[in-house]
Design a protein around this ligand. Sequence first.
Ligand SMILES: C=Cc1c2[nH]c(c1C)Cc1[nH]c(c(CCC(=O)O)c1C)Cc1[nH]c(c(C)c1CCC(=O)O)Cc1[nH]c(c(C)c1C=C)C2
Length: 636
Amino acid sequence: MRSQKPEHAVVTLLGQCFTTPKCQSFHNSSRTVQGYRTSAQTQRQHVNAQRRGYQTHTEGLNISSSTLSNGYPSKSPVARFQPHQPKHAKQQNKSSPSHAIQNNDATGIAVLGGGITGLATAHYLAKELPNAKITIFEGSERMGGWLRSQRYDVNGGKILFEQGPRTLRPSATASGFTTLELIQDLKLENQLLIATKDSDAARNRFIYYPDHLVKMPSPGKHMLNMASIFQVAWSLRVEPVFQGLVYGICTWPFRAPRPKDLQDESVGSFLERNLGGPNVGDNMVSAVLHGIYAGDIQRLSIKSLMPKIWYLEGLPESVRNGRVMRGGALMEYRDAKLHNEIFQKIQPSLTRFLSSASVYTFKDGIGTLSGTLEKSLRGNPNVEFKLNSQIKSLEYDNKDDAVKITTASNLPNSGGKYKKVISTISGRNLSTLTSEALPSLASIYSVTVMVVNLYYTNPDILPQRGFGYLIPRSISLDQNPERALGVVFDSDAIKGQDTVPGTKVTVMLGGHWWDSFDSYPDQDEGTAMAMAVLKRHLGVHDEPALVKVALQKDCIPQYTVGHDARMKKAHSELMVAFKGKVAVAGNSYAGVGLNDCIKSAREVVMGFKEDDDLTGLEQFTVPRHWVDTVPSPINS
Ligand SMILES: C=Cc1c2[nH]c(c1C)Cc1[nH]c(c(CCC(=O)O)c1C)Cc1[nH]c(c(C)c1CCC(=O)O)Cc1[nH]c(c(C)c1C=C)C2
């Protein structure tokens, strides 16, 4: 039986280097898992969860078949969980028919926001409640939100620029599979493009540490040869960016346990407490968090960003060690159940194809997802689109047990009354539509990122091949006066989207560094700043043939210390203000990645099908309930 190596906090964090937050893929190479078991400690939580109608169990979740290195099955029959559900839990899950929205009585559901979450929400509503009348309110003149893939003519050919999120993670998690299910629903399989795990982009990820790019050790088969092991060991020894890492890991077992009354803390303080100093946080993990949240390691919450690590650290030492000895990986029960449900629906050929991918997108860019969703919804007579529809207020109407939407437009029928509203706009924007009824949502602030896409006709201007590099918080102002967060080497990261050769890069500026700004650089300043970064860090002196600058205002919500507790409060505030008639989904709450957003859309619609009084924040009202995978006695 293969046992799992201890999940050291820092190792896990660095494993998430450039990967999705809360990424729970089965990275352990070819580990075979058979069953899920709940820890004794969490049994009390099941009772609470069941009281609230959650599906839960005490033992007996099984997973069969083997998994590939990223958790995809190597063959059919596919790995799947077989949750054993106690009788009473099943009964409680059935909501009373008078309460549940039935296919034939569902009319008037409003979706606020036409970004990826709003479109996915409308998609699931149309799929699950085919008779429902759905109205999508979008404040701008276009759908798609942050997803913006633009084609440009250059040099006799075409290139693609991404001005927002650019790739998806094929992780073997509930959220990873939810996206695959959506891709299947939309028949987009033949448009997929992948970066393989052995590509330069997957293997070469850098951190800028003055005054050069330092390659991060990356897991993979190539790590198994002596030369690679030596290279990593040498790099750990001589590169100052790694200072404190080996010492921190070796001395970690002797650190004091977490103070009992500590409810949450920043990622920075967690690392400092566990590793005996700030170096690893400041020099490495802050860079990773720049690449995902464009956020500040001293403010982002360890409990919300890395709940598994927080949970493990809080276990009594003997329980934690026992868990580690048993091997396997932890997953939240609700995710395990969702994973189990969706996994069976994914074509094995699709999972096989993506098993070799480190990231994926589409031939015409990530906007294919939102564009195809919009197209499919436009063909549905039950779906109405209201573009340029700025919402002014939301009010609960006691008489009709409905929600009144008022828009900024004076036109008749621009707003209206709806039986249910699903808000996919940011939590903070939603809070401004009520008369201070949602203070906890008002507290979620977001950062602004300036995205500068540059195209050079010369295909060989970069000193390294790879994904690109991230810049940690410890880099001094004279090395980074523009406050760049990182640079993506697009022409290496994803191949096959352009019809002409050349070099494509994206420079990301701002994020939390610009928190106190009340105005931002303009297009020309953005261009000059990006070019200065490329010159200083990479020695690029060429003139770009094309530059596009996009200011993504308030694009990434920040889960700062206390986020989970505030979302629990937000659930109550929504219940009080709207009696369960307004629910939320999207990147403000439980994950900022595209996979997370799509999962949140699916979950809110499935929850709504069961019971129309919900807020979408129910998960924050019960403690996280972990289940762990158990190595298979069959395949070991
Ligand atoms: C507008 C800029 C964004 C930055 N982060 C995000 C956006 C939209 C959101 C984001 N980026 C990543 C993740 C995690 C993985 C996922 O769920 O998809 C999230 C939620 C990782 C990531 N960051 C960059 C890339 C190209 C990727 C995905 C691909 C990969 O892991 O290989 C680049 C990048 N994004 C930002 C910065 C500062 C940056 C710098 C290189 C901010």
